[in-house]
Design a protein around this ligand. Structure first.
Ligand SMILES: [Zn+2]
Length: 301
């Protein structure tokens, strides 16, 4: 069973807001067991490999208004110490960074493999014009954008910015850009995220921060929605290990090809498209152009 974790974080407690740090220390057995050794990228990569994770996306979070300031520079350096396992993403703040597109282009040149945006932590709507240059930079480089879409326990976050309908504009205007909705609309918008992932070939759901046993109940009918899902864990901010979550998903009764796509192949196709010319291949080959039979096809235009 091959597993690619599309959603992990580095453990950098000094860069986190106090409430974020306290939440993770409370929820995470990995932080309690391994402490500051988790901040060592080689050690963290070995732990992930021991969990059965082949490769893991590592997410910075530049969210000075809420959760913390884990900068992309730190994550690029972290991942460079274990490049076979750890894949760095970039984080820019569309609200407070002076020139977010220029900063993102620098990060891409330095090796970032995608962009993480936090609408409810950074306070912007994903379809605002000021965010479009960031999508342009990712689309040009063939890189995905991952957005936090759903509830959060971090104080001060504002859920309204996560309404998935704003991603419809982005999916239409950037048809080759892989758009991944982290947490699949947690708490409020599961059906909306499932619809968008079905409706747009370039829109995906990452299951980080969701209880894996509950996925079939949260996303009915599960099988066609699972075809547009990527495995993510939010490690180390999780009550179990990523390996246990992957095992649970493996036991949900999905067809073998759908399961392999969810746990590894969908994410690998999106990430490894970087080496090809842009992301267009993903939008057409891994999407749902023929439509999953279990979901009613929309007939309105
Ligand atoms: Zn996360």
């Amino acid at each position: 069973m091959r597993v690619l974790d599309f959603h992990t974080h580095p453990w950098r407690p000094a860069d986190l807001a106090a409430a974020t740090r306290a939440f993770i220390e409370d929820i995470s057995p990995a932080v309690r067991e391994h402490g500051e050794r988790l901040s060592d990228p080689v050690y963290a990569a070995e732990l992930l490999r021991a969990e059965g994770i082949e490769r893991a996306v590592v997410l910075p979070e530049h969210c000075p208004a809420t959760s913390g300031v884990v900068r992309t520079e730190a994550v690029l350096a972290h991942c460079a110490a274990a490049p076979d396992v750890l894949l760095p993403f970039a984080s820019v703040d569309p609200v407070s960074d002076p020139d977010p597109p220029a900063l993102l282009r620098d990060y891409i040149a330095a090796g970032a493999r995608g962009l993480k945006l936090y609408p409810s932590y950074q306070f912007f709507y994903p379809n605002e014009p000021r965010v479009y240059p960031l999508y342009e930079a990712c689309a040009e480089a063939g890189l995905p954008v991952l957005l936090h879409i759903g509830s959060s326990v971090i104080p001060g976050t504002r859920l309204k910015y996560c309404d998935p309908i704003h991603l419809d504009d982005v999916a239409v205007d950037f048809p080759t850009l892989p758009i991944v909705m982290a947490h699949g609309g947690r708490g409020y918008w599961h059906a909306e995220c499932a619809f968008l992932a079905h409706h747009h070939a370039n829109v995906w759901i990452d299951v980080a921060g969701l209880v894996p046993e509950q996925l079939p109940r949260l996303f009915p009918p599960f099988e066609p929605v699972a075809e547009k899902m990527l495995f993510g864990s939010d490690w180390p901010a999780m009550p179990r290990g990523p390996g246990a979550n992957a095992e649970t998903i493996a036991g949900l009764g999905l067809p073998a090809a759908t399961l392999a796509g969810l746990l590894h192949d969908n994410a690998a196709a999106i990430l490894d498209a970087t080496a090809r010319a842009g992301g267009a291949e993903i939008a057409t080959s891994a999407g749902n152009a023929s439509g999953p039979p279990e979901l009613p096809r929309t007939t309105d235009r």
